[in-house]
Design a protein around this ligand. Structure first.
Ligand code: ATP
Ligand code: MG
Length: 446
């Protein structure tokens, strides 16, 4: 019994000393004194989680983008934690914990509306039945637990594979990520072709990180994207929607867009737009302005809607389709409606856009021709349209890009500045109706 207790105590001690882990592969430990990550820049909730795990004897590391961004002196978007505790063990430790995910089970620890994601180290699949790839090498399931040395190889870029160890505040680096952060370089871990095939979304992630961090993309990771971008078409449209939002709604939409074009990926996400934009300087300018305005709004903490950006991205192909129907003699509003429906149905096969946004996109598009109204009740109906503001902003960007005259937009700018009385004068019917004649019968009765 005594022997058993002693053994148990020793086991516990070993668990509680993650800093002394025997790292067998080439590993660089950057001690606290040598890197710039300070706990005062780490989210309070994340620290609570890290300390909670550590005190319970588990390994606890801040990982991924948070370590990368902290090393760069930037504020991370989110703070992810990696541990050797299983999701169930994490749940047992934190009352505010919920387990999510099927592909890979994760623990979400809730602090009000704020969530800290805790992932158990992932392991190698080997011949296991629980980790599966399809014929093209794409990972379909990914739910084998492992240790930190295995976890590191599951991550995408070296700069995303650094671990900040709460046990001694060091940074653990297995793949040269620390140097790559310093050099501003994005490098996939392992064989690039294989890693892209495993998860084609990594091609979008490299464009995004390059835009966000102004990092260069290592030569070894460039060729595959240019040649094999088409494998993006195997990725579910809903996942691509999430990734596209991250590309365009994180304050660096212009750079991301340029990256997508440079690496010929736009045609796999927005095929009709890619064709319609090719060589169309005005349409490109318009899109550039739309992205610039999105970036500015995000930097100023103003709200943005995916509908506006998608409406802008698909504006050029919408016009191509509409022109074709007009040439066939369709009336304008019908041609626009039909084109919008067909374009949206085709687009959502690639990047699925939720219906609540496609409806707003269609409103923005439909308003554009209605902005030519200048008198009467029709002006009112445009002005009172729930999407007037988005439609008007869209109109002004078109004018700025030189697609339409500045005057078209100025008229509406002035109209909005007017007092309600002055607005009423414009929206009142111009031709006064003659007073109704009295019915004959009245006359005879008098
Ligand atoms: P940011 O949050 O700034 O967009 P991030 O690097 O934190 O960037 P997340 O999408 O939050 O990116 O993912 C967290 C971490 O999970 C990444 O840093 C990376 O280590 C790993 N990861 C995420 N997606 C993938 C992927 N598709 N393939 C491999 N590893 C991934
Ligand atoms: Mg992150």
């Amino acid at each position: 019994m005594l022997k058993w207790l002693k053994k148990r105590r020793e086991n516990k001690k070993r668990e509680k000393a993650p800093a002394k882990k025997n790292y067998s592969v080439d590993v660089r430990i950057i001690p606290r004194a040598e890197h710039g990550i300070s706990r005062k820049n780490i989210d309070e909730s994340a620290l609570k989680v890290l300390y909670g795990l550590h005190k319970a004897g588990y390994q606890a590391h801040l990982v991924g983008g948070a370590v990368r961004d902290l090393l760069l002196g930037q504020r991370p978007k989110d703070f992810d934690v990696a541990t050797d505790a299983t999701p169930e063990q994490v749940k047992a430790l934190f009352r505010n914990c919920r387990l999510i995910g099927r592909r890979f089970r994760l623990a979400h620890i809730h602090f009000g509306r704020h969530i800290i994601e805790v992932a158990t180290f992932r392991g190698h699949h080997g011949d296991s039945q629980s980790g599966h790839q399809d014929d093209s090498g794409r990972i379909l399931r990914d739910n084998v637990y492992g240790d930190i040395e295995q976890d590191v190889w599951r991550r995408d870029f070296t700069v995303n594979a650094l671990y900040y160890n709460i046990a001694d505040f060091s940074v653990i680096d297995y793949v040269g990520g620390y140097e790559d952060v310093k050099q501003g370089r994005l490098r996939l871990i392992g064989d690039p072709d294989e890693r892209y095939r495993e998860d084609p979304v990594r091609m979008l992630r490299v464009i995004r990180f390059s835009a966000k961090l102004s990092f260069s993309i290592d030569e070894s990771c460039q060729r595959f994207i240019r040649d094999q971008g088409a494998i993006l078409r195997d990725v579910p449209a809903a996942r691509l929607y999430e990734e596209v939002l991250k590309l365009f709604h994180a304050g660096h939409a212009i750079k991301s867009f340029c990256g997508l074009r440079e690496y010929f990926l736009l045609e796999h996400l927005f095929p009709e737009a890619a064709v319609a934009l090719d060589g169309n300087e005005v349409a490109l300018k318009f899109l550039q302005l739309a992205m610039q305005s999105t970036d500015e709004r995000i930097h100023q903490n103003m709200p943005v809607t995916p509908a506006f950006l998608f409406a802008a991205l698909l504006w050029a192909p919408l016009q191509v389709r509409t022109e074709k129907l007009l040439a066939k003699g369709e009336p304008h509003s019908l041609a626009l409606q039909k084109s919008a429906s067909a374009l949206v149905s085709e687009q959502v096969r690639h990047v699925s856009i939720p219906k609540r946004f496609t409806m707003v996109m269609r409103d923005i598009w439909a308003l554009q021709s209605r902005f030519s109204y200048r008198t009467g009740k029709r002006v009112d109906s445009v002005f009172e349209h729930p999407k007037f503001r988005a439609g008007y902003d869209f109109l002004c960007l078109r004018a700025q890009a030189g697609e339409i005259s500045e005057k078209d937009c100025q008229w509406w700018t002035e109209f909005q500045k007017n007092s309600p009385e002055a607005q009423k004068k414009v929206t009142e019917p111009h031709v006064r109706r003659r007073p109704r004649r009295r019915p004959r019968s009245d006359k005879t009765n008098n």
